[in-house]
Design a protein around this ligand. Structure first.
Ligand code: NAP
Length: 264
């Protein structure tokens, strides 16, 4: 089992929600962290609170869709701490909408998802994650680090109406652990660098709390647990995935028993 004490995590989207929760959970167990987010105020707040509690953290305002920002982030972890043990690319966005909408009276198409609405989600949730993990994996290999790359997929990967952009990006997150595990195995690296994904259901973060109350009520009614998942419950799973090296190359669901798929 790996120890969290003195291990180094690189976390994007660390100024809010799941990224913030994993940062707090990791540091609460003796880890060190390099935090990134696109919102400077959020990042400052999290960094300030953690430092005030005595944590060793570095922070970088970062747009994960930019190649150079990801390179700076991974390099900062090595400069500051000399290694990377956990990578959690939690920066993500939703921009929901139907691909094609129709007028209730005429039945004719009266709206469609724009390229911009589709592409913006792919840029952050897929291309951004690729860039973060590529840069961090390179530094992990070259610094002789041991640890885990933990992607954030979603139950939405199974297909949710109104989320063709988001569901597609999250389906990609559930296949990347298999691709990377095979690639690392080929290069005799899979015994020290693992890749997995967690696939949460609906988590009580700003991303979900921003939904209108009626929609949120409908969602919770489908969860046998009877409530949203807490960000700390995701953080706890990620830390266990880090510690237990037998957990590799797969997707781990965490959704309180949610009914899977979409009703349309
Ligand atoms: P969140 O509270 O909105 O946190 C995400 C953070 O990432 C925000 O601070 C966001 O800034 C930031 N971000 C957005 N684009 C960025 C970029 N290009 N570069 C750097 N940072 C960026 O969301 P969350 O609920 O914690 O979600 C975290 C991850 O978990 C996402 O990948 C999400 O898809 C996934 N997930 C969430 C749920 C859920 O129910 N909440 C379920 C399954 C999976 P802005 O506020 O400016 O956007």
């Amino acid at each position: 089992m790996l120890d969290i004490e003195n291990a180094v995590a690189v976390i994007t989207g660390a100024g809010s929600g799941i990224g913030e929760a994993i940062a707090r959970y990791w540091i609460g167990r003796g880890g060190k962290a390099v935090l990134a987010d696109i919102v400077p105020d959020h990042l400052d707040r999290v960094r300030g609170e953690l430092e005030a509690a005595g944590a060793e953290v570095a922070a970088l305002v970062c747009d994960t869709t930019r190649e150079e920002d990801n390179a700076r982030l991974a390099a900062l972890a090595i400069e500051r701490f000399g290694k990377i043990n956990l990578v959690v690319p939690a920066a993500g966005i939703i921009r929901d909408g139907l691909m094609i909408s129709t007028d209730r009276e005429t039945g004719m198409v009266n709206g469609r998802m724009s390229l911009r609405q589709f592409q913006s989600v792919i840029d952050v949730n897929l291309t951004g994650v690729f860039l973060t993990i590529r840069e961090c994996a390179e530094q992990m290999v070259n610094s002789g680090s041991r640890g885990l790359i933990c992607l954030i997929s979603s139950t939405g990967a199974l297909g949710t109406a109104g989320q063709i952009n988001y569901s597609s990006s999250k389906a990609a997150m559930s296949v990347i652990p298999k691709v990377l595990t095979a690639e690392l195995f080929r290069r005799n690296l899979a015994d020290r660098i693992r890749c997995v994904a967690v696939a949460p259901g609906y988590v009580a973060t700003p991303m979900v709390r921003g939904m209108d109350e009626r929609a949120l009520g409908k969602i919770v009614a489908d969860v046998p647990l009877g409530r949203l998942i807490e960000p700390d419950e995701i953080a706890s799973l990620i830390c266990e995935l880090y510690r237990n090296e037998a957990l590799a190359g797969d997707v781990y669901y965490i959704h309180g028993g949610l009914r899977m798929g979409s009703r349309g």
